[in-house]
Design a protein around this ligand. Sequence first.
Ligand code: NAD
Length: 430
Amino acid sequence: MNIAVVGAGYVGLTLAAVLADFGHKVWVVRKDKEKNEGLKKGKIHFFEPDLEDLVKKNLKTGRLIPTTEYSQAIPFSQVIFIAVGTPSLSSGAVDLSQVFEAAKEIGKNLSLEYTVVVNKSTCPPGTTRKVARIIEKFKPKKANFDVVFCPEFLREGSAVENTKRPDRVVIGVESPKAAKIIKELHKQFKVPILLTKIESAELIKYAANSYLALRIVFANQIADLCEKSGADIEEVIKGMGTDKRIGLHYWYPGMGYGGSCFPKDVAAIADFAKKKKITGSIFAVVDKLNKKRISQIIKKLESNFGSFVNKKVGVLGLACKQGTDDIRESPAIKIIELLKKKRAKIIAYDPMAVENAKKVLSGVTFAKNSYEVTKDADCLLILTDWPEFGRLDYAKIKKLMRGNFVFDSRNILAKEKIKKLGYNYLGVGR
Ligand code: NAD
């Protein structure tokens, strides 16, 4: 099948590469000319495990075609995916301008053959029908098309694997003709396919993300109670999660959720509920509690470590989570910004995210490896759950450091072992 994917970010490029690998001819349409030239040579502007190899392989076969010209891709495609950004406006509402601009360009370039336009950008119920109206307005008179909404559930750090083998594919569709084509296209994925109304599919994405975000806020509140009561969050999670109705997965006490999706998606569903005049929505509360978490952590650090003025603070982890170089809404970056205001001297390291962090953080020294961060440090803060931080030689680090305070924001260290080495250990809820 001939396919176009508009947007070459984490979602769009991964989808394009996977579809090309499945044997389709796929144009990936982006705006940035320089990044496009890089992509033609297999250079990707972000880190995602296994993606570079997949892109290079499919550039070689000629099935993956990067372009900045809609006119070179849209008229030849039977299926067109929209995978552009849907960031937050300052009000918390979602900014849909990239989606609407993509819809306009798709409309202008639509062929006269029947085409299915699949929106994958996370957006509130009703948006995909607006996309249809925009395409209708700009398309050639005789062009014939349908719209579909397919939410994307990939996680950064495992995007290729998640795109190839999602838990399920949700197809929000009205037209039987479009349903048949998009169902057929997804048969190759060999996973359950769920056909729904368009609005249901749009809401499924927000419902899933806000529920996962709620679990993080909930875990943090239980962790706070653990600290006040002498209980241990790891034991509480085990005891609670072995109840089959609850499950042991996805309990992450720490500094709250960050990243490119949860913060904006929870804010967007809260805004959507408000606009629909639903009062007392849980989404606004989740959003507010999560925003408060960083200042809570800073207070906790100060009461356990003391003043940060002129202290050398070693930071391990800048990315919003392990496995990615994405620093969007990263709790680590927020903690560093606040510690800088408290006149701490920060030296930081991340296996993947240093280059991105350099673009947003000034007055921070970046180290080449984890051990360099710890040299003469008054304290050590582990702010991202990269597994390699759990495997470091903490006896060696103890000797390198000036102080002995370590904050383990994701509970990745063996607390008793670390304490035995002479550290003043602070975890979350333990
Ligand atoms: P991204 O910011 O990495 O990529 C979006 C890309 O679209 C950017 O490169 C941007 O330049 C490009 N773009 C914007 N307007 C364009 C246009 N008119 N024509 C061509 N390209 C255009 O975003 P992402 O992380 O890939 O997310 C895309 C969508 O998928 C968002 O709605 C997001 O919420 C959703 N989503 C993201 C993830 C994730 O983990 N990143 C997971 C599930 C869903």
